[in-house]
Design a protein around this ligand. Structure first.
Ligand SMILES: Cc1ncc(C[n+]2csc(CCOP(=O)(O)OP(=O)(O)O)c2C)c(N)n1
Ligand SMILES: [Mg+2]
Length: 371
């Protein structure tokens, strides 16, 4: 390891140890009853299954690409469950667990990765914006949206808060740093949720920061906190507190969820080319699902029938995801032109007409290619 401290685990807020032991933290008290703990477990298992199916669907040629969330389930379910209905989330491209919490059906996520839709859901209906591939840009969008919330006078105990999701690599982007500064000086009601999964494609964390990511917030003048991102309870408690702080008008917080990308960057990537398998083995022992299961078992909060029931539900959802993916309708070849501008546009109209002529030329030639 280099002399950087970015890899250390100081001041990591944890409420559930990797051995499934509940611990307390003075700043983040959390009451979780048996029903809530079981339903968090269910969510973790189901989103992992959706993710596993999506990887398989890509391998079978049904999806063009997939960005797996494997290992990051707790960071996403914990933070996603902390959101209230009126809150707005700005995701990157890996937030399938947060999407799940926002009521987005898995098939809606698959459409973009299958290349049959440019979006897939109504952001206002779900309080969940469209996926963003341009690294870090959504931190700015979230900050602007949060300033709108502020100007609408929608703050207060029952007010609205905004959350922006991005990765460790995104913290090196100008957009993200501009968002931090803008949010700080405007005291915007936004939570910056960085899933530090240790890798930005093949670039390790020590290429992004010489200090722990959460500490960067102090330079911008707002609090930063590092949470165990594989601990769903701690992530829930820390995110809930930061969102509440934001909605009450106390400005932004940077949360660094310390976690690990257990899979490849995307299905186009082969991580065995750049990282040691021992690292993965180490993180498997900190698996977010395993530790919650251990806790439920040790405390006698769930029995074998419960775990078997969740697995059966996962099987059903897996089957449904596969069937729904294959049934997604292909768009017509001219539909792409309809999605560029909200209003009619003369240049787009001309391009659409040219392309329609081009397609028709195959028919004229008696060929089938234009269909
Ligand atoms: C502005 C921009 N630059 C580069 C890329 C290519 N790119 C896609 S993902 C990625 C790494 C992002 O890493 P991180 O922020 O840690 O998120 P993770 O994929 O680990 O969730 C890069 C550089 C991009 N999409 N956008
Ligand atoms: Mg990363």
């Amino acid at each position: 390891m280099s002399d950087t401290t970015a890899h250390d685990e100081p001041e990591l807020v944890q409420l559930l140890t990797p051995d499934g032991e509940l611990v307390t933290h003075p700043d983040y008290p959390l009451e979780v009853d048996a029903d809530q703990a079981r339903s968090l477990y269910r969510d973790l298992v189901l989103v992992r299954r959706v993710d596993t199916e999506a990887v398989a669907l890509q391998r079978q040629g049904e999806l063009g690409l997939w960005a797996s969330l494997l290992g990051q389930e707790a960071a996403q379910i914990g933070s996603g469950r902390a959101l209230r209905d009126g809150d707005m989330a700005f995701p990157s491209y890996r937030e399938h667990g947060v999407a799940w919490c926002r009521g987005i059906a898995p098939r809606e996520l698959l459409g973009m990765f299958r290349g049959v839709t440019n979006g897939g859901w109504d952001p206002d209906e779900h309080g969940f914006q469209l996926y963003t591939i341009v690294i870090g840009s959504q931190a700015l969008h979230a900050t602007g949206y949060a300033m709108g919330v502020q100007r609408d006078g929608a703050l207060g105990d029952d007010g609205e808060a905004v959350i922006a999701y991005f990765g460790d690599g995104a913290t090196s982007q100008g957009d993200t740093n501009e968002a931090f500064n803008y949010a700080a000086v405007n005291n915007a009601p936004v939570v910056f949720f960085c899933q530090n999964n240790q890798w930005a494609i093949s670039e390790p964390l020590d290429r992004q920061s010489r200090v722990p990511i959460y500490k960067r917030a102090s330079g911008f003048g707002f609090p930063g906190v590092r949470v165990d991102g594989n601990d769903v309870l701690a992530t829930l408690a820390v995110t809930r507190a930061a969102l509440q702080n934001a909605r009450e008008g106390n400005g932004p917080t940077l949360i660094e969820a310390f976690t690990y990308r257990m899979g490849a960057h995307t299905t186009n990537d082969d991580p065995t080319r750049y990282r040691a398998s021992a690292e993965l083995e180490e993180w498997k022992r900190k698996d977010p699902i395993l530790r919650l299961r251990t806790y439920l078992e040790k405390q006698g909060l769930a029995d074998e029938a419960f775990f078997a029931g969740v697995d059966e539900e996962a099987d059903r959802i897996g089957e449904q995801v596969r069937a729904e993916c294959r049934a997604l309708p292909d768009p017509g070849p001219l539909e792409i032109f309809d999605e560029v501008y909200a209003e009619p546009n003369v240049h787009i109209d001309r391009q659409r007409a040219d392309f329609a002529d081009y397609l028709a030329s195959f028919e004229d030639a008696g060929a089938e290619g234009g269909r």
